[in-house]
Ligand binder design. Structure first.
Ligand code: SAM
Length: 238
């Protein structure tokens, strides 16, 4: 098993999570409750956020043993093991059973590679046929606030509509263009992405795609709804 590696994407995720946590500190109550994370990877992206925000505690889960090993080493090296903890296992099996005080915010750069099946370069990154299976599962998991990466080729229209049906608004987001990385340029994946986009299930350019890290909330303390702007930033026609 390998460890997820995509420097631009991880940097975008970490920077955006930091910005959104800082901007919505009071509304998200993270200084009191901490946050949970689906998918640690090597932990470097969020380790920098934990260093930058001294009141932040993150409890993270990853199904990849090599990722958890790398993450624990990186967290130790930064001296933040008391505030950034990592468990090996499926987020959806473990987060509920973890006990402790309720946490209302989950953060994630979830697996979002769309493909006909799990037989891809890094199977842990498979997001189902449309790429948004884990994102939809996360929105149904009962958290009031979901800060997550949404990719333009992973059926974002369904994601945003499902979020609205579940009572979430898009409070804010940060969008960035990314070049195709090793996982999305695998021929089987690239062909599948082309088909999805042709069917109106997303957008991708010749060389890259868009990823937005968005704050979805059901908390009335954080008003507004930028769902349409999010879809436009992801190049989706409304
Ligand atoms: C796109 S990577 C993001 C890693 C890291 N957060 C980053 O941005 O650099 C997604 C991670 O989610 C993990 N993952 C996949 N399914 C999971 C699940 N059900 N529970 C926990 N982690 C999962 C994968 O092993 C992978 O490390």
């Amino acid at each position: 098993m390998s460890c997820f590696s995509s420097a631009d994407e991880s940097a975008h995720y970490g920077f955006s999570v930091c910005m959104l946590l800082e901007q919505y500190r009071t509304e998200l109550r993270w200084a009191e409750e901490g946050v949970v994370e689906l998918g640690t990877g090597d932990a470097t992206a969020i380790a920098d956020v934990v260093v930058a925000l001294p009141g932040l505690r993150v409890h993270s889960f990853d199904i990849s043993p090599s990722s958890v090993a790398a993450a624990q080493a990186n967290i130790e090296a930064r001296g933040i093991a008391d505030r950034y903890t990592v468990e090996l296992g499926d987020f959806f099996d473990q987060a509920d059973a973890a006990g402790g005080p309720p946490v209302s915010t989950v953060i994630s750069n979830p697996p979002y590679i769309p493909a006909p099946d799990r037989d891809i370069l890094m199977p842990e990154l498979w997001g189902g046929v449309y790429g948004n299976d884990l994102m939809l599962q996360l929105l149904k998991a009962g958290y009031d606030n979901v800060i997550a990466a949404v990719a333009s080729y992973s059926d974002p229209l369904t994601t945003v509509r499902t979020a609205a049906d579940l009572g979430y608004r898009v409070v804010n987001f940060l969008a960035m263009g990314l070049d195709y990385g090793p996982y999305s340029s695998e021929p089987k994946v690239r062909d599948h992405i082309r088909r999805l986009c042709a069917d109106g299930r997303g957008w991708a350019g010749d060389d890259g795609y868009m990823v937005a890290v968005a704050l979805f909330t059901r908390n009335s303390d954080a008003p507004g709804d930028r769902a349409d702007q999010l879809l436009r930033a992801l190049q989706l026609p409304l």
